[in-house]
Design a protein around this ligand. Structure first.
Ligand code: F6P
Length: 542
């Protein structure tokens, strides 16, 4: 068996450092170095990362940086930027960074510069978005398009959905944006029940154009439209496709002229800045979309050039590894103090968990260490009144990323300062807690004291930007993309395939006829699955 990262000197050095530091309290770290709140920070573009409230010293960072060097993170990063086929199980380049490369850059895949293709598609998306926004692209009956329904799932849904909501303040408010992803028919029903077909545009977003959920919803959308407009010719004015698969788009009945293309070197969960972002572009306009791409590119350049210890995504990745692999933390909470970022945790869930939820190395050996964490969260302050109790006083270690902005998108009374006060209070409470002596000094009944103690020492990052804009959103998303990359590189896993989604898909295909056949099927599953199917068949028809 080849040497794994956990067998290296660098990992072992971290292991012994962990034994020395694991019980050191953040209170002591801050007491020992009162300036760490100003020194353990990084700034790039409009993003500011305060990582001082982590259970790390300068030595921890040094050892983590050495681990990254040993794992060859920089080499793999350079290979990605150079278009090498680092997605080895699918023999593909990994070039979401090319989606935001300026027109004068050159990035080669199989001897072809892909940057001109990217800009050709961006231009045609821009042209189409402007036509919809101005009303010059009309529906079949000549009415203006007012409703945009994105039909997609996974990476063809979560990114556009997250960004459209995140950037609502920059959107044309006369347009309604809806998203349909679930094969549960109620998702389609609820998204369309109050829409006028004559004013509705469906964007069918699917990299493969074969995904069961999306194709089912797309066919339902087609029937919904034709029930009202009757003429098959209406499809051309009410359906566009975003895909890499021209053949399947054509088979579905969408004119390839109405298809916006992307490429197999764009992973689904890394695609909302490709044609998959058309719904975002229609909402905020091509200029704002370009600003988002510029923010992503700025972070790409930072990731590509900054030394590891000053590299925001690399450092975030390394700190994550410190908790995941040494402290044994299973999860990471992402807590945006912005209601506009309500869908960011779900977006990051796919980005991180589909990328780094792997248990074999790039050469196929079982890993001897923990890989990708469980990612979860929702906007503060809502979570404070729900699950923060467990983060503060439970038995689990949950590293948290707090994300916030100095300026609100909408000034509403003094809400912003209240929001920001909570953003600063929670990491402070998590880090420093409240000691037994402090509780006792409050004159609390002795029997109550243990319940009111906050142990503290809960680690957090705080990420701040001036305001949530297309540019800062772009920076933030690219930062997380590269954080996930960094961790996958250290764990020596392939962050860019997703074979783990296949088995369930295959089994579902087998079960569909077993639910629908008129005659009792011959079931050959395990006894549990057989019994569930039989029960479903009985209840469905009773
Ligand atoms: O099943 C998982 C997955 O392949 C994701 O990786 C992807 O984002 C999603 O399904 C949707 O795929 P597609 O865009 O091809 O419909």
């Amino acid at each position: 068996m080849a040497q794994q990262i956990a067998d290296t000197e660098e990992w072992k050095a971290l292991d012994s450092h962990f034994s020395a530091i694991k019980d050191v309290h953040l209170r002591d770290l801050f007491e020992g170095d009162p300036t760490r709140g100003e020194t353990m920070v990084l700034e790039t573009g409009d993003l500011y990362l305060d990582y001082s409230k982590n259970r790390c010293t300068a030595e921890t960072v040094e050892l983590l940086v050495a681990l990254a060097r040993r794992a060859g993170v920089e080499q793999l990063r350079d290979a990605m930027f150079a278009g090498a086929k680092i997605n080895i199980t699918e023999d593909r380049s990994v070039l979401h960074v090319a989606l935001r490369a300026p027109a004068d850059e050159r990035i080669m895949v199989d001897g072809v510069d892909v940057v001109p293709q990217v800009h050709r598609v961006l231009d045609s998306m821009g042209d189409f978005a402007n036509r919809v926004r101005s009303g010059s692209w009309t529906g079949h009956t000549g009415r203006r398009i007012r409703n945009i329904v994105n039909v997609g799932i996974g990476g063809s849904d979560l990114g556009p959905r997250m960004a459209t909501v995140a950037l609502a303040d920059f959107a044309d408010r006369s347009l309604t944006n809806r998203f349909v992803s679930n094969v549960d028919g109620t998702d389609f029903y609820e998204a369309t029940r109050d829409l006028d077909p004559e004013e509705t545009l469906f964007i069918i977003a699917s990299k493969t154009f074969t995904t069961l959920e999306t194709m089912t919803n797309a066919r339902t959308a087609r029937s919904w439209l034709l029930d009202a407009l009757v003429d098959e010719g209406a499809v051309a004015k009410h359906f566009v496709a975003l895909s890499t698969n021209t053949d399947e788009v054509t088979k579905f009945g969408i004119d390839p002229a109405n298809m916006f293309e992307f490429w197999d070197w764009v992973g689904g969960r890394y695609s909302f800045d490709s044609a998959i972002g058309l719904s975002v572009m229609i909402a905020i306009g091509p200029q704002r979309f370009a600003e988002m791409l510029a923010g992503m590119h700025a972070m790409d350049e930072h990731f590509r050039t900054a030394p590891i210890e000053a590299n925001m995504p690399m450092l975030m990745g390394l700190i994550g590894i410190w908790y995941n692999d040494f402290f044994g933390a299973d999860t990471v909470a992402v807590l945006p103090y912005s209601q506009y970022l309500v869908h960011l945790p779900a977006y990051l869930q796919q980005l991180d968990m589909e990328s780094d939820g792997k248990s074999v190395t790039r050469s196929g050996e079982r890993v001897g260490y923990q890989t990708g964490p469980i990612v979860w969260g929702q906007p503060g302050t809502n979570g404070q009144h729900a699950y923060y109790q467990l983060i503060h006083q439970g038995t689990k270690l949950i590293p948290c990323d707090f994300i916030g902005f100095a300026q609100p998108n909408q000034v509403v009374g003094d809400h912003q300062d209240l929001l920001a006060a909570n953003l600063f209070a929670q990491p402070e409470a998590l880090a420093f807690g409240k000691t037994r002596a402090q509780v006792e000094a409050e004159g609390v009944d002795p029997s109550q004291v243990p319940h009111r103690v906050f142990e503290g020492n809960h680690p957090t990052n705080t990420i701040m930007a001036t305001q949530l804009t297309p540019y800062t959103l772009g920076q933030l998303v690219a930062c997380y993309e590269h954080k996930v990359f960094t961790q996958g590189a250290i764990w020596n896993i392939n962050s860019f395939d997703q074979w783990g989604v296949e088995l369930g898909k295959q089994l579902a295909q087998k079960i569909i006829p077993e639910l629908q056949d008129a005659s009792e099927p011959n079931l050959a599953h395990d006894s549990s699955t057989n019994a569930l199917i039989r029960r479903y068949r009985r209840q469905r028809t009773s």
